[in-house]
Design a protein around this ligand. Structure first.
Ligand SMILES: Nc1ncnc2c1ncn2[C@@H]1O[C@H](COP(=O)(O)OP(=O)(O)OP(=O)(O)O)[C@@H](O)[C@H]1O
Ligand code: NI
Length: 311
C-alpha cells in the first residue's frame, strides 16, 4: 500500500484579499512528498510556508483565494485537496490522511480543557484504535501529565501532546509547522528524532522550519522558498552542499556555523512582488534577464543558475 501513496502539489497559489491590496502568499508551488521521505520547507519568516501547509488542509480564512492542484493519492480514488469540500477534508483528510503538528502547540491547545480531554476527543473523532494513554506513552508523556491543563505543560510536553493529537488518526502524511519553535536544543533534537522515526516507519513528513541545521539532519529533500515562491528543490545534501540559487547560498552563508553573513536587504512586500525574479535586488548578480520570471528548471529557478547549466 505505502508505495501507492503520494502528495503531488502542482502550481499551488494562494492570495489573500485585504483592503486595497492582494497578499500573494504562495506562488505556483510544485513539489511532491512520498512515504518514507521527509521534505523540509525552509525560508525566511513571512515567505508563505505556513499558508502553503494550511492550504493543503483547507484551513485558510475566507479572504483567501487558492488555485492549482494538490493530489492526495492514498490507494483508491485520489483526492484533489484544493477543490475538495470541507466535508471531504474533515471526513477523509484532516487527521486521517494528513496530520498537522501546529506552529505553536501551547497556543493551539484549548486552555480550559486538560491534555487528556483534548487527546480523547481526537481519538473519538478519528475512530482511533489506540487509546489516549497509548498515544501519550508512545510520544513520551506520562499518564499524569495528561491531566494537566495547557498552561501547566512545559514547551516539550505541549509538543508531545500536539504530536499525539496529530498522530491519533494514524495519518500517513505529517505536516510539522515549525515544531521546535520555542524549544531548547535537547528538545529540538528529540522532536527531530521523532519526525525521522515517523519517516522511517513509512510516513511522509513535510517539515516547515527556519533551522537549516535541523533540516540537514532529518530531511531527505529540501525546498527553499523566497517571497512566496519555491526557488530551489532537491536532495538536502546537494542543495545545502552545492547551492545553485543565490538565495540558497545566502541562507547557507548566514548560518552561525558558516560565515554568519546575513543576506543584505529585505524581501519584497508580498503585496508588491516584482514582475521578474523577486530576489534580484538582493542578489548582486542582477542582469537584464532577471526582469523576466525565472522558470523552475532542474530544481532551480534562477536565470544565472540555468546559464551555468547550459553553458
Ligand atoms: N489571513 C491573512 N490575510 C492576509 N495576509 C495573510 C493572512 N495569513 C497570512 N498572511 C500573510 O501571508 C504571508 C505568509 O505567511 P506565513 O504565515 O505562511 O509565513 P511563514 O513563512 O510561515 O512565516 P513564519 O516562518 O514566520 O511562520 C505573510 O505575509 C502573512 O502576513
Ligand atoms: Ni509559519
Amino acid at each position: 500500500m505505502t508505495d501507492r501513496k503520494r502528495l503531488r502539489v502542482q502550481e499551488l497559489s494562494v492570495g489573500f484579499r485585504i483592503p486595497g491590496a492582494l497578499v500573494q502568499a504562495v506562488s505556483e508551488a510544485t513539489f511532491e512528498v512520498r512515504p518514507g521521505r521527509c521534505l523540509a520547507l525552509v525560508g525566511e519568516s513571512g515567505c508563505g510556508k505556513s499558508v502553503l501547509a494550511h492550504a493543503l488542509l483547507g484551513l485558510l480564512p475566507d479572504n483567501a483565494t487558492v488555485s492549482g492542484q494538490a493530489w492526495l493519492e492514498h490507494g483508491g480514488e485520489p483526492v484533489e485537496l484544493v477543490g475538495a469540500s470541507q466535508a471531504v477534508l474533515a471526513e477523509r483528510v484532516r487527521g486521517r490522511a494528513i496530520g498537522l503538528i501546529p506552529q505553536s502547540p501551547a497556543t493551539h491547545l484549548t486552555p480550559v480543557r486538560t491534555a487528556r480531554a483534548q487527546l480523547q476527543e481526537a481519538v473519538r473523532e478519528l475512530g482511533s484504535r489506540a487509546t489516549a494513554d497509548d498515544l501519550a506513552a508512545r510520544y513520551g508523556l506520562r499518564p499524569h501529565e495528561l491531566d494537566r491543563y495547557p498552561h501547566e505543560l512545559s514547551g516539550g510536553m505541549a509538543q508531545r501532546v500536539a504530536n499525539a493529537i496529530a498522530l491519533a488518526g494514524d495519518p500517513w502524511l505529517v505536516l510539522a509547522d515549525e515544531p521546535t519553535s520555542g524549544l531548547d536544543r535537547p528538545l529540538v533534537d528529540r522532536a527531530m528524532a521523532t519526525l525521522r522515526e515517523l519517516c522511517d516507519e513509512g510516513r511522509a513528513v513535510l517539515l516547515i522550519t527556519h533551522d537549516l541545521r535541523a533540516a540537514e539532519r532529518v530531511a531527505d529533500d529540501l525546498a527553499v522558498m523566497y517571497a512566496s515562491r519555491l526557488v530551489e528543490v532537491g536532495p538536502v545534501a546537494e542543495v545545502l552542499g552545492r547551492p545553485r540559487h543565490p538565495y540558497t547560498s545566502g541562507l547557507v552563508a548566514a548560518q552561525p556555523d558558516r560565515a554568519f553573513v546575513p543576506i543584505p536587504g529585505l524581501p519584497p512586500e508580498l503585496t508588491r512582488l516584482p514582475e521578474g525574479c523577486a530576489f534580484r535586488s538582493r542578489c548582486g548578480h542582477e542582469t537584464e534577464r532577471c526582469a523576466a520570471p525565472p522558470p523552475m528548471d532542474g530544481g532551480v529557478a534562477c536565470h544565472h543558475a540555468l546559464e551555468d547549466r547550459h553553458a
